[in-house]
Design a binder for this molecule. Structure first.
Ligand code: GTR
Length: 362
């Protein structure tokens, strides 16, 4: 039923190479993955900054007795040396104390500079044996229409002008998640093969992009990311490219506007973004009342990305024939999904499902 729905909506096949040949082996997929990166960068998010030439960090504060003495909380300033400039931003590290083995971790792209946060129950996360590294997205580039004139935006576009495929803020936030990952890679206490990137809503879109591009992330988690995130664009309910590019033009590259009212001509759909992470674990979550994001279209995207996993010899999305109704959880394959009841939100229910899934997969 849902495969028929993909055809009916005219969703493009993620396994069809640009010149019309079908991907049939791993080598083809490696080529196809590069094509998809080019496509998503040139048409939707813009091309990322290059890697820093060098980086260092400075400890801003340390609290060894956080959460009843069970967690060490530090605030760190990451200092990046870029080609023509420098850029620094702060992030938090919360690592459980006295663990007898390396711990899995989250890199959380956060709305606010606060610990804990309503979208990040630091204590429960650490009690579950996870570390969490978090940064506030405003510290990279402010989330405003004119935000690119500040922070990393000012470093990238000193003249205040962007070319049509120059990146917007989502790509810059995603790039920053990879810089936090550079730091995490140096830590003895972290299980480097079990690191997740996670974000909610606009930052769920960002997490999908960060994990899609950076293969060091083993789990890529999108909480209620919706339009231009996990949800299939063609025939979705709620938000469309017309709305999102009007309210948030700075999130994307300028080329994306060309698809306003012209979504059938998109040379991709959002399952291409999910597929970039294959065969690593992608987790999409929705909320029943979040019709602006459209749970059905988020679910459908998991269905559409699944053939890439199968081609690579992994279980993709193990799902039912119908759209889920509420409280449904799909944890069997490398694509996972849950539908929480309620509104657009990043709650403890969501965190608990993510931790449950990662523990099961580790
Ligand atoms: C909405 C936007 C969505 C979603 C959300 C959020 O206003 O239309 O795409 O990202 O914001 O980030 O909370």
């Amino acid at each position: 039923m849902l495969n028929g729905e993909l055809i009916r909506r005219g969703v493009p096949d993620v396994l069809m190479l640009d010149h019309g040949k079908k991907v049939v082996c791993r080598e083809d997929w490696a080529k196809r993955r590069q094509e998809i990166i080019q496509l998503l960068c040139s048409e939707e998010y813009g091309f990322p900054p290059s890697q820093p030439i060098d980086w260092s960090y400075e400890l801003l504060s340390e609290e060894k007795n956080f959460c009843a003495g069970n967690v060490t909380l530090t605030k760190i300033l990451l200092k990046l040396k870029l080609k023509n400039n420098e850029f620094s931003f702060p992030f938090y590290s919360a690592i459980p104390n006295d663990m007898d083995k390396k711990v899995p971790a989250f890199v959380h792209i956060c709305f606010r500079d606060s610990i804990p946060d309503k979208y990040m129950p630091t204590e429960e996360i650490c009690d579950n044996g996870f570390a969490v590294f978090s940064f506030c997205y405003h510290d990279i580039v402010p989330d405003r229409k004119d935000g690119l004139s500040e922070g990393l935006g000012a470093v990238m576009y000193p003249e205040g002008k962007r070319n049509p495929d120059d990146c917007g803020t989502i790509m810059l936030w995603a790039w920053a998640a990879s810089r936090v990952m550079d730091y995490v890679q140096t830590l003895e206490s972290i299980d480097l093969s079990n690191i997740a990137v996670v974000g909610h809503s606009r930052l769920g879109k960002t997490a999908l992009l960060a994990g899609g591009l950076d293969e060091r992330f083993a789990y890529i988690i999108s909480n209620d990311s919706g339009c231009s995130g996990a949800a299939i664009t063609r025939e979705k309910t709620g938000e469309h490219i017309v709305h999102i590019t009007k309210s948030f033009p700075h999130w994307f590259c300028q080329n994306y506007v060309r698809y306003v009212g012209n979504e059938d001509h998109l040379p991709f759909d959002q399952h291409f973004l999910l597929a970039l992470s294959a065969p690593r674990k992608v987790y999409v979550a929705s909320a029943t009342l979040d019709t602006w994001a459209d749970p059905d279209s988020e679910y459908l995207s998991c269905v559409a990305a699944s053939p890439v996993y199968e081609l690579l010899g992994f279980k993709g999305f193990i799902h039912g024939d119908q759209y889920p109704k509420g409280w449904d959880t799909y944890h069997e394959g490398n694509i996972a999904y849950h539908l929480r009841t309620g509104t657009h939100y990043f709650g403890r229910y969501d965190w608990n499902r993510y931790m449950e899934y990662i523990k099961k997969q580790m």
